[in-house]
Write a protein that binds this ligand. Structure first.
Ligand code: MLC
Ligand code: AMP
Length: 476
């Protein structure tokens, strides 16, 4: 069966089946434009896509998928260092971008050719469906240290996850999905674009996920990260305009209970909360036809199994109180990290389960509650996953930085905000350091605050005491 079922005429068509930031395409037009991309990329080792929130990005991604070429979404604001790593590590031969749009020069290795994408182009060629076990994407995601790792995601995993979510959320061709999330992650791209192209409903991508844009979009199904929902809950007039919708879905970070409650009161819809990871796709969710409990992510989706494991390696009871590491298995899991056998060895258990690194509680009724991350060094800010180590390494590249430690400080808007504690050597300001990081890494990895200190608290082994830094920071 095709991955993007709806592209092949199964659910009919409309002139605005797909709308991104105000520009629309029918599914037939998307198929023609994406086939033109597929004609040009067929046989390439991988296709990188400069993933701005545009129609061109969707056309390029679908083109890569039609051709059976692994797609590597490149965050459009990634600095040269991050860009070079992603392009080199993935082995991408081509970088797709909107025709007429400037392509970054820095950090694009020699031999990576630019591929201008024009949504007005059409090709009548029809590419044979690649095998289900072929790679769909290599998605770069942060670990606690080092450069981002490429998670290799199979087409079958995507199909399995989308079908499981369609069942959990009763997501059908009747739905109009609305969101404005970035097109280089699981949430915005795999669920938010491919989901619509598999279930057959319309898609409205709002460019940015602002309360006004969501209010104006008139959808039935809305996706957002908690920051988006909390901004919407702070705008009662916009929130009230979501009342006619069918389902609001939150994920990518914990949805604070007060935001859940406010949203329910303003829109009349208790939001669905679901949990996932780049590596596992979405594995746990509350259901459209089930209880939507604030602070809980519900039950494993169809085909997925979960278990809780204690620090001693023993199973943790499902009593609603005992915490353990959440491990997952099932058809939605990724195939492994690209070029990183060391990371694979850490991530998988001997019996084939994936260690999420999240700490959770499971109740007697099977409902899952995510308590937090096992490591303070994996930060979620605005739903973006950011490794403290990567930001620290970027800061240490600055000649006036002797030492640096990055924490995720609790933040009402972003969940966590990146705060850098820096020991300077010579004269440097916080703003200069923030700008320095922004030149190297994606914008969302910039520290929101830089605190200059004479030294960092360390234990006898020389390890920075991040928990101490977090509590000191809270007192500032
Ligand atoms: C940002 N800005 C900064 C800054 N960081 N300025 C100074 N210093 C910094 N450190 C700038 C921005 O460039 C922007 O400028 C302005 O400040 C507002 O930025 P912001 O507060 O970040 O707001 P916004 O850009 O609106 O971002 C919030 C957000 C965004 C929620 C829209 O964080 C977002 O899109 N998050 C989604 C992440 C996501 O999709 N994660 C899914 C991962 S997949 P200007 O000039 O541009 O306005 C996954 C699996 C799963 O997790 O389970 O789903
Ligand atoms: P990413 O790889 O960007 O998809 O980030 C995955 C991480 O996001 C998970 O390991 C969790 O820490 C976090 N996450 C995703 N969804 C939720 C949720 N509903 N509640 C709490 N944390 C979540």
């Amino acid at each position: 069966m095709a991955l993007l079922t709806a592209l092949h005429g199964e659910y009919g068509d409309t002139a605005d089946a797909l709308r991104v930031d105000g520009r629309a395409l029918s599914r037939e037009a998307l198929l023609g434009a994406a086939s033109a991309v597929a004609d040009r990329v067929a046989g390439a080792p991988a296709l990188a896509v400069l993933a701005r929130p545009t129609l061109e990005t969707v056309v390029a991604v679908v083109g890569g998928l039609l051709a059976g070429v692994p797609v590597v979404p490149l965050p459009p604001d990634s600095g040269p260092k991050e860009r070079a790593h992603i392009l080199r590590d993935s082995g991408a031969a081509l970088l797709a971008h909107a025709v007429g749009e400037p392509v970054p020069q820095d950090g694009v290795p020699e031999g990576v050719g630019a591929l201008p994408v024009d949504p007005a182009e059409r090709s009548a060629a029809r590419h044979a469906e690649p095998p289900a076990d072929a790679t769909g994407f290599v998605l770069y995601t942060s670990g606690t240290t080092g450069a981002p790792k490429g998670a290799v995601i199979g087409r079958a995993a995507i199909a399995a996850d989308l079908d499981a979510l369609a069942a959990a959320w009763r997501w059908t061709a009747e739905d109009t999905l609305v969101h404005g999330l970035p097109l280089f992650h699981v949430h915005g791209l795999l669920l938010g674009v491919l989901g619509a192209l598999r279930t057959g409903g319309r898609l409205v991508h709002t460019g940015r996920p602002t309360p006004d844009a969501y209010a104006a979009a008139g959808g039935s199904l809305y996706f957002g990260v908690p920051t988006v929902w909390s901004r919407l809950a702070a705008d009662p007039a916009a929130a009230a305009r979501l009342a006619p919708a069918r389902l609001l879905v939150s994920g990518s970070a914990p949805l604070p209970v007060p935001v859940f409650e406010k949203l329910a009161a303003l829109t009349g819809h208790a939001p669905i909360e679901r949990y996932g990871m780049t590596e596992s796709l979405i594995t746990v969710s509350t259901r459209a036809d089930g209880e939507r409990r604030p602070g809980s992510v519900g039950l494993p989706v169809e085909g997925v199994r979960t278990r809780l494991v204690g620090e001693d390696g023993e199973p943790v009871p499902y009593d609603g109180e005992s915490v353990g590491e959440l491990q997952v298995s099932g058809p939605t899991l990724f195939s492994g990290y690209l070029n990183r056998p060391d990371a694979d060895a850490e991530a998988w258990t001997a019996d084939g389960w994936f260690r999420t690194g999240d700490v959770a509680v499971i109740g007697e009724d099977g409902f899952h509650r995510i308590v937090g991350r096992a490591s303070v060094d994996l930060i979620k800010s605005g739903g973006y996953r950011i490794g403290a180590g990567e930001v620290e390494a970027a800061l240490r590249d600055h000649p006036a930085v002797a030492d640096a430690a990055v924490i995720g400080a609790p933040d009402a808007d972003l969940g966590q905000a990146i705060v850098a504690y820096v020991v300077p050597e010579g004269s440097v300001t916080g703003d200069q350091l923030t700008a320095f990081v922004a030149e190297r890494l994606s914008v969302h990895k910039r520290p929101r605050r830089v605190v200059l200190v004479p030294e960092l608290p360390r234990n006898a082994l020389g390890k920075v005491l991040k928990k101490q830094l977090l509590s000191e920071d809270a007192g500032r």
